[in-house]
Design a protein around this ligand. Structure first.
Ligand code: WTA
Length: 635
């Protein structure tokens, strides 16, 4: 029997050792016992990081939707697969059973087939967080088409770049989307994008907001009548293990976005196995990840991972502050959510509103809390732990990337003792390494370096769409025989990992390497501070010095700025050392963020360097309006 569900620390260590010593035997057992295959593999793994080429379960045949849907029908047909919570809190939630999901995915798959979509074709999905989004992913997978989801907050230019990069034939969108009290004209954005996308032959439109939109004759079609006319049965295409399942774009540090390509079998096995363990999911639990399916977190941990385990997964269409800042907690209370997975930026925004609003709701159903996407600062961690988890629900700080497909370093709740700001231990099968700048592996504990992974894992991206050389250059050329994550990390005295941030954010001050995350962490502990970001700027003596952009909370707004500057530097001195003190502290009304909530340091770096003539592409910012204000008040 394989150890599919880890239940103790002892078991974790034992299984981890096995997964490292005999990776092929280990993954073979997991794959064999917990998934449905049309044909078994001839070889579990072949790999060569110098090419790079990685293949898992070669020779196997399967369809991921048979694993996510069909195989559950006999035992879980009437179980809820997806709970859809709409933007409008007054509107009732929709419960989609596995039987209904099967029917709806088959219908959508047949519509795609009728439109001429074939195995291997690329389908662009540009939809809000409505059930059709999850269904569209699965429908593509059903017929072997490769989905490329573009987050519905991206602009027309960003959308057309992505559509053209992977030659999508067809786009699935909606007339519009709801976002709190506003609506967004998605179809208008698609129309604008289409001016630059001659390869797109068809745009299928979901009716969501009933807006009055232009339908382009011959190109555009309403989806619902086509679904109504389609059969509820669609045989699953038999896929090879390494056939591409999807493309998902991620921004590179330079140049155009990278279309990360994920394949079928390895991705399925790893996303499902991590889901089960990282969230300790048990039958009848209600699981909620607040991410958008437009990001990897939504692909792996709203759709594929949960459904492959026959779970109930909640999709939320709205935003955390509509109708007020209690919405998340209202949803947890209403649907008795057991596992809640979100981003630190959301936690900080909600913490800023105070704990009173949380107290209105019954959060006693919660068992496990998760975070993802950026380092979580200590203050936010404690707020989450105390006010949401009531110190009873372990927090899993999960480190991973679009490129890794699944969670890589994480506590296992109730198994791994947590430690604020630490992602703790590698997941089963993951072999991290820390490298110094000359490419030597740093062995032992209490070391800090560049985070790499030295052995393949099943869900790693296989290439960048149309540019294998860039894949090799970006990830496999910095450190020989290692996948380079672009992140820095430290390993503490017991072997726990703490992610210190992107290595491009490491600033060398007077010859000392300083990670921005721990400094921001220290600043954020100040009671008047809501959020902060540190960048480097050129300095005569030190080489680089530190510039802090700090947003104050209500408590801070009435304070004298010079006093606050002293206090902030005092905290930094106490937590890290005088070397990490900031040379400049600018108080800001907000920090420029990407739509996934990451602070755009690139822009802040330019402002700190007084080089604002060309700020590069700011079209993906959530709040572009704050940039001019920061420039005007720069120090
Ligand atoms: C960062 C999101 C610290 C990291 C799944 C990584 C994190 C990048 C964490 C990937 C975490 C993600 N702690 N940093 N728990 N999780 N990151 O591709 O820098 O959107 O390289 O994938 O986010 O972001 P991506």
């Amino acid at each position: 029997m394989s150890n599919y569900h880890i239940k103790s620390l002892e078991e974790y260590f034992q299984v981890y050792r096995k997964s490292i010593r005999e990776p092929e035997n280990f993954w073979e057992e997991i794959a064999e016992e917990h998934f449905l295959w049309r044909k078994k593999w001839n070889k579990v793994l072949s790999w060569d990081f110098s090419k790079p080429e990685v293949k898992w379960f070669e020779g196997a045949k399967l369809n991921i939707t048979e694993n996510c849907i069909d195989r559950h029908l006999a035992t879980r047909g009437e179980k809820t697969a997806i709970i859809f919570e709409p933007n409008n809190p007054e509107a009732s939630a929709e419960h989609i059973t596995y039987n209904q999901l099967h029917e709806r995915v088959c219908r959508m798959a047949n519509v795609l087939k009728n439109e001429g979509v074939e195995k291997g074709d690329r389908v662009c999905i540009y939809l809000p967080m409505i059930p059709e989004l999850a269904i569209a992913l699965l429908a593509c997978a059903r017929i072997g088409a490769i989905h490329s989801v573009v987050f519905a907050g991206f602009s027309a230019t960003a959308l057309s770049t992505r559509i053209n990069d992977s030659d999508c034939k067809i786009v699935i969108t909606s007339d519009g989307s709801y976002r709190g009290s506003k609506t967004i004209d998605l179809k208008g954005i698609v129309d604008e994008a289409m001016e630059n996308c001659p390869g797109v032959k068809k745009v299928l439109v979901v009716k969501r907001i009933n807006s009055d939109i232009q339908m382009n004759d011959g190109r555009d079609a309403w989806l619902q009548p086509l679904l109504d006319g389609a059969s509820t049965e669609c045989l699953a295409e038999v896929m090879n293990a390494e056939d591409h399942l999807f493309i998902l774009y991620t921004s590179g540090s330079t140049g155009k976005p990278k279309g990360m390509v994920h394949s079928t079998a390895g991705y399925m096995v790893y996303s499902a196995y991590t889901f089960k363990n990282v969230f300790q999911y048990r039958e009848n639990d209600v699981y909620w990840c607040t991410a958008d399916i437009g990001w990897i977190t939504g692909h792996s941990y709203i759709v594929y991972g949960p459904l492959a385990n026959g779970a109930t997964t909640l999709m939320f269409e709205g935003v955390p502050h509509h109708p007020d800042f209690g919405r998340f907690w209202d949803i947890v209370d209403k649907h008795k959510v057991n596992q809640f997975y979100t981003a630190p930026t959301a936690i900080r925004a909600l913490a800023k509103q105070g704990a009173e609003i949380v107290e209105k709701y019954d959060l006693s159903s919660l068992k496990v809390l998760g975070t993802v996407g950026e380092p979580i600062n200590e203050e936010a961690w404690h707020w989450y732990n105390e006010n949401i988890g009531k110190k009873k629900s372990p927090i899993v700080d999960t480190w991973w990337q679009t490129e890794t497909g699944g969670i890589m370093i994480t506590p296992i709740p109730f198994v791994t003792p947590t430690k604020p700001t630490y992602a703790t231990l590698p997941f089963i099968g993951i072999q991290p390494s820390l490298m110094d700048e000359s490419g030597n592996e740093l062995k032992g504990n209490q070391v800090e370096g560049r985070l790499c992974i030295k052995f393949p894992w099943p869900s790693m991206a296989r290439t960048i769409w149309g540019n294998h050389q860039r894949y090799k250059d970006t990830y496999f050329s910095t450190f020989e025989n290692n996948y380079f994550t672009g992140d820095g990390a430290l390993r503490d005295e017991v072997g726990y990992y703490r992610i210190t941030g992107r290595v491009d954010d490491v600033i060398i001050v007077s010859g000392h390497n300083l990670g921005t995350a721990p400094i921001e962490d220290a600043i954020n502990e100040h009671p008047a501070v809501a959020e902060s970001a540190i960048v480097g700027f050129p300095h005569d003596v030190k080489g680089s010095a530190l510039y802090g952009f700090v947003t104050l909370n209500d408590a801070g707004e009435t304070r004298v700025h010079d006093n606050l500057r002293k206090e902030i530097n005092q905290i930094i001195s106490e937590r890290i050392g005088a070397i990490a003190k900031l040379d400049k502290i600018q108080f800001t009304n907000g920090l420029p963020k990407t739509r996934s909530g990451k602070i755009m340091r690139r822009i802040l770096r330019k402002i700190a360097e007084k080089d604002t003539s060309n700020l590069g592409d700011t079209s993906t910012l959530l709040n572009p309006e704050c940039v001019q204000d920061i420039i005007d008040n720069a120090l």
